[in-house]
Structures are given as C-alpha cells and as structure tokens.
Unconditional design. Structure first.
Ligand SMILES: NC(=O)c1ccc[n+]([C@@H]2O[C@H](COP(=O)([O-])OP(=O)(O)OC[C@H]3O[C@@H](n4cnc5c(N)ncnc54)[C@H](OP(=O)(O)O)[C@@H]3O)[C@@H](O)[C@H]2O)c1
Length: 368
C-alpha cells in the first residue's frame, strides 16, 4: 500500500554511541540519506559537533546511559530504528564489559518499540569460549540480543580505520615517541575495514536492505598482519623504527604492566600506551572474516558494498605524523598524496567522506 511507505525524513533513528569514532560516520551517513537522527550519549554536550552534519533540526542529542534503564527507554521511545554502537576496550569504574556489552544489547532491545529495527555492532572475535572478557561479553551480547529480538541485525567489523581511528593513529603516534615498537600479536592477521563502509552497511540495514536474524562479518579488501600494518604506518609517516615481535607470554606481561600503570596513575598514562592483559589476549587470535560468512554472503561484498582500500584513505590523515607534518609535501614536491577531491579506484563505496565533513572532532583520535 503506497500510503504506508514512509520516506527517511519521516523515520527516526536512535544511535547509542553516536558520538564515538564509528558513530560520527553513521550519524553523518544517516543524515545524508535523509533520516532524522537522535544521538543517545552520556554527555550530549560532547555531541555538539554532530548537528552540523545534517539539516537544521535533523540531528539531535539525548542524554542516555546503558547503565540507566529509564534513560534508555526515553531514548528509544519514538525510534523506528535503533543502532547500538556502545563498546569499551577496558573496564573502568562502573563501565563493565558485562553491563555494557553483554547486558546492554538486551536492555536496548527490550526498551525499543516491538516494530523497531535493531542493529547491533559487535566485533569479529566475539566468542563465548574465549579467554578474553571482551570477546566473551561481545558473544554474550549477541546471544542475549537474539533471544530478545530474533530478527535483530548484528554486524561484526574487524579493526576499523578512517580519520579519528584508534588503530593507525595510535601506531603513528607511538612511532613518533619510541625508537623501538614492541608488538604483541605481531603475526596475528587482521582485515582492516573502513569505518565509512561499516556505516554504509548500517544505513543499508536501516533502509531494510539487510535480512535480519543473521550475523554479518565486515572486513576490508586486504588481510595484513599487525606487523605489516605497523610497518605501513611507519612507511607513510616516514619513521624508520624497529618492530620487535613479542611472544604471547611477553605480550600478556606487557598488557598487565601497562594496565596496572594506567590504573595506579588514575589514567595519566598517554592513551597510546594504554593496553590491558585482556587486549593482549585478543591480539593472539586472527581477526578476519570467516569462510562461512563469505560462503553465505554475510559480508560487505554480500551486501553490495565494495570495501575501501587502506591506501585510499589512511595517508590523508597519517601525513600529519611526518616530521614536518603536512608541510612535508611542500618541502619535497616529488612526494605525492592521494587527491582527496578526485574519484578514486578502491575508494569508498559510500558517498560519505568524513575527511571532507565539517566538525572539529572528526579528525581526533578515538578513545576506544
Ligand atoms: N574501533 C574498532 O576498531 C572496532 C572494531 C571492532 C568492533 N568495534 C565495536 O564497534 C563499536 C563502536 O566502536 P568505536 O570505535 O566507535 O568506539 P568508541 O569511539 O569508543 O565509541 C563508543 C561509544 O560508546 C559510548 N558509551 C560508552 N559507555 C556508555 C554507556 N555507559 N552508556 C551509553 N553509551 C556509552 C560512548 O559514548 P558517550 O561517551 O558519548 O556516552 C562512545 O561514544 C563498539 O561496539 C566496538 O566494540 C570497534
């Protein structure tokens, strides 16, 4: 019935974690598509940069905390679609894996309208049998969500990159600080995926183009070991650094020491150095799209999205880590950078390009 079809501008999407790294891409892509967006965040003032990504009044923020059931209910009361991007890499105070990642998805699903689409971002590596608390809580979150909403859409990205990421920016920053880079999980394989492509998959799910009740695994076009990723960052930022591969046991000790230091200094350790034993355990297992997901089309390609290459995006925001930053290009005119305004082969599948979006926070390294 034609009268029942509603345009995106008549539909409200609530995005938990909308002010985070991935959240900025998602909110911007939804707004571009015409949806009304409600960003659910613990501190709405920190989301002040987001409304400029849409038309006047199209993007709003509401205070919500996954540890507070009533605030979650208020945030989803009128939503046609609910997206959950909340996640933490380490526990701090009342921010626990269990509460946020295992119980949070169920809480959102139970509070949402019965007819609302639920889209949940988990992570490749979610595994109920893992030694890592992070991976176990992600798996429990998926299971709890599917129990409450069998039709929910679950997206598991590999490590994400893009302006503001916590991956390439972290290593670029570390390479600036340290002559030697001791690396836990150096031989572990990843399939880094562009955050703009993950956002495109989420928009497709909101559009109703992604079958529910399934778990999708989102990886980029290249599989690289962590050592190769770090070597690439050093190459682009022109830092000659020794990459020292740590055996798993040493990686766990490194995580324990740095995690303890971060706790006893009450978070004074520079963000780039913060790592926990749980993260070191995560780094021991490959983080790539499974054969089963590929065979069943539960991938970006299966959703009709051509994954963006690292080379098409990363140099644009890594150049600032060179010794003379962006002035380096002027100093040596023979060096080339991708022309950000030109159409790229291997470029983003989505037409959203955050490095051209306004808002100061887009280029800031993620805390995640
Ligand atoms: N980044 C990656 O490479 C990667 C890879 C695989 C999977 N993932 C998953 O993808 C999702 C998004 O990751 P991201 O990198 O965008 O993370 P992020 O930048 O750290 O954002 C996470 C968001 O969670 C929100 N949050 C934290 N505690 C909350 C609470 N108690 N109540 C409500 N909101 C809370 C924060 O929002 P406020 O501070 O505004 O409240 C923050 O914006 C996460 O689930 C993550 O596990 C990320």
């Amino acid at each position: 019935m034609i009268g029942a079809i509603r345009t995106p501008s008549q539909q409200l999407v609530t995005v938990f974690g909308g002010s985070g790294f991935l959240g900025r891409y998602v909110v911007s892509a939804l707004a571009k598509r015409g949806y009304r967006v409600l960003v659910a965040t613990r501190r709405p003032n920190r989301a002040n940069f987001l409304p400029t990504q849409g038309r006047v009044g199209q993007i709003n923020a509401i205070q919500a905390n996954l540890r507070d059931r009533d605030s979650v209910a208020r945030a989803v009361a009128k939503a046609d679609h609910v997206i959950n991007l909340v996640g933490i890499l380490q526990e701090k105070g009342r921010q626990r894996f269990d509460t946020l990642q295992a119980e949070g998805p169920r809480l959102i699903a139970e509070a949402a309208r019965p007819d609302a689409t639920i889209i949940h971002v988990s992570a490749i590596g979610a595994d109920e049998g893992s030694e890592s608390l992070y991976a176990r809580s992600k798996a429990a979150g998926e299971a709890n969500l599917l129990k409450a909403r069998p039709n929910a859409i679950i997206l598991r990205p590999s490590l994400m990159f893009g302006p503001g990421d916590g991956l390439f920016n972290r290593f670029a920053s570390l390479a600036r600080m340290l002559p030697v880079l001791p690396l836990a999980g150096a031989d572990t394989r990843f399939q880094p995926v562009y955050a703009g492509d993950v956002a495109a998959a989420i928009v497709a799910a909101v559009d109703g183009r992604v079958p529910g009740g399934r778990v999708y695994e989102l990886g980029g076009p290249e599989t690289k070991t962590l050592r190769e990723i770090v070597a690439y960052v050093c190459e682009v930022t022109e830092r000659k650094r020794l990459i020292l591969s740590l055996p798993n046991a040493a990686g766990r000790i490194q995580g324990t020491v740095l995690g303890t230091l971060d706790a006893i200094t009450l978070g004074l350790l520079p963000n780039e150095l913060v790592m926990t034993k749980d993260q070191a355990i995560l780094l021991e297992t490959d983080n790539v799209v499974s054969d089963a997901a590929r065979a069943e089309g539960r991938t970006l390609e299966g959703l009709g999205i051509v994954p963006t290459t690292i080379e098409a995006i990363a140099p644009s925001y890594l150049i600032r880590y060179r010794k003379t930053g962006q002035f380096d290009l002027k100093r040596n005119a023979t060096k080339t950078m991708p022309d950000l305004l030109a159409p790229r082969s291997g470029g983003p599948a989505s037409d959203f390009e955050p490095h051209r979006a306004s808002g100061t926070a887009v280029g800031q390294p993620s805390s995640h």
